[in-house]
Design a protein. Sequence first.
Length: 167
Amino acid sequence: MKTLKIFFVLLVLSTGVARAQFTKAELQVSGLTCALCAKTTERSLQKLPFISEIKTDLIRNTYLITFKTGEQVNFDQISKSVKDAGFFVSTLKATFDFTNVKVADNRFTYGGDSFQLMNAEKSPEGQVAVTIVDKGFAPKSVSKKYLGTLADAGKSSTGGRTYHVAI
């Protein structure tokens, strides 16, 4: 009976963890001057193992990215892919499923990384779009607005990276 209870608890916990995920993102890239530039960036992004689909909007210089279910998303790799293609990330807004995610002190963890909510009034619920406001993911004015003189060096207590996000 005790083994059955332990199995049930583990099943519930693993189900909750599986649902916690970034599902999609809107990536705006600066420096694109033509369709070839956009295609080069798209090919670079498509090589990332956690990206399922990319739709390009050439008018707004944005990429609508869908992530693979159950795959760990790495935003630094997205930024690196854009830079390796010769361009820069202007903004990155990702949708996170907060179902069964514990948010404490405006902070949550995902895949070993920590995410600090910079402007949350209450704990988010369901699918919520968050904008990464760290340097290299947002314009300087936005980073300065949210981060100011924040002394956080980018390391989380879990050993991963700390991302600062705004809702």
